[in-house]
Write a protein that binds this ligand. Structure first.
Ligand code: NAP
Ligand code: GCO
Length: 265
């Protein structure tokens, strides 16, 4: 049973993995035995990330590259292949969000979110997949969102990107499954990280909305998402392909809202 989730001998790359969901994923894949590589664009955060791994007696290979820059990605992945080995598990986690109403949003801002959240997973996957094809095995996990299927005001760029990423995940599956590469997505609901800090303050109307729309009655933790990533990175998911696994406390299943002791109205 244990060997189903044993990642010993595997090389994993988590983009944007120095904190939040990415850090939780990297730590858990490391605990499962993987050689973990974490990328970011901020030196300080890369240093803090190394500290977090060291505290848990785990090794990590950190490297700085911008996932939206093809040359930077090629340099970073070549460094990983040279120092750690061919990448077996790719988690396209790096992402940004801009909460601006469409009419007020500069097109440049829209483009930037699309670049990071949708084009970058393509850039990194295109550079990593040749190694997986050679090995005839690989796991790609694209960090989607409940906004892959829902919109809401002010997040048009983010939802466009995450909706596209859901379909890119399905298209990658169509082209790469024959090489024994499983490509799936994770669609987190509302998770307590720095990205949602601005809308999570106690008493913030959005916090109340999340708490009343989520049947589980709580914000998710990065570790909740990491658990799903471990499943999709392991042998246990070898016949799961093109699937978006929603880790959302039931919010997508719920049309109603929760009041009092979890009654749904
Ligand atoms: P986060 O704390 O903002 O982490 C995002 C990471 O991506 C950061 O480490 C950031 O680095 C990195 N990044 C941004 N642009 C990059 C670039 N060009 N190159 C390399 N790295 C880059 O967000 P999070 O909440 O952990 O989210 C992680 C992923 O889950 C994102 O894709 C997000 O869209 C998705 N997600 C989050 C939630 C949620 O509720 N939190 C829900 C659904 C989906 P810097 O900090 O150095 O900029
Ligand atoms: C927002 C939130 C969401 C979450 C997540 C939900 O502003 O609505 O930031 O976008 O980050 O994507 O799945």
């Amino acid at each position: 049973m244990k060997e189903l989730f044993d990642l010993t001998g595997k090389v994993a790359l988590v983009t944007g993995g120095t904190h939040g969901i990415g850090l939780a994923i990297g730590l858990l894949l490391g605990k499962a035995g993987a050689k973990v590589c974490v990328n970011d664009i901020d030196d300080e955060k890369l240093k803090d990330c190394s500290e977090s791994f060291k505290k848990q007696r785990l090794d990590v290979y950190t490297l700085k590259f911008n996932v939206t820059d093809e040359n930077d990605v090629a340099r970073g992945v070549s460094q990983i292949e040279k120092n750690a080995g061919i990448i077996d598990i790719l988690v396209n986690n790096a992402g940004i969000i801009k909460r601006i109403p469409i009419l007020e949003m500069p097109v440049a801002d829209y483009r930037q979110v699309i670049e990071v959240d949708l084009v970058a997973p393509l850039i990194v996957s295109k550079r990593v997949v040749p190694g997986m094809i050679k090995k005839r095995s690989g796991k790609i996990i694209n960090m989607c969102s409940m906004m892959s299927v829902y919109g809401r005001n002010t997040v048009s760029a983010y939802a466009s990107a995450k909706g596209g990423l859901k379909l890119l995940t399905q298209n990658m599956t169509c082209e790469w499954a024959k090489y024994n590469i499983q490509v799936n997505g994770i669609g987190p609901g509302y998770i307590a990280t720095s990205q949602t800090a601005p809308i999570r303050e106690h008493g913030h109307p959005f916090n109340d909305l999340v708490m009343t729309r989520t049947p589980a009655g709580r914000w998710g933790e990065p570790e909740d998402v990491a658990n799903a990533a471990l499943f999709l990175a392991s042998k246990a998911s070898d016949f799961v392909n093109g699937h978006i696994l929603y880790v959302d406390g039931g919010i997508l299943a719920n049309f109603g809202y929760i009041k009092g002791e979890n009654e749904i109205h």
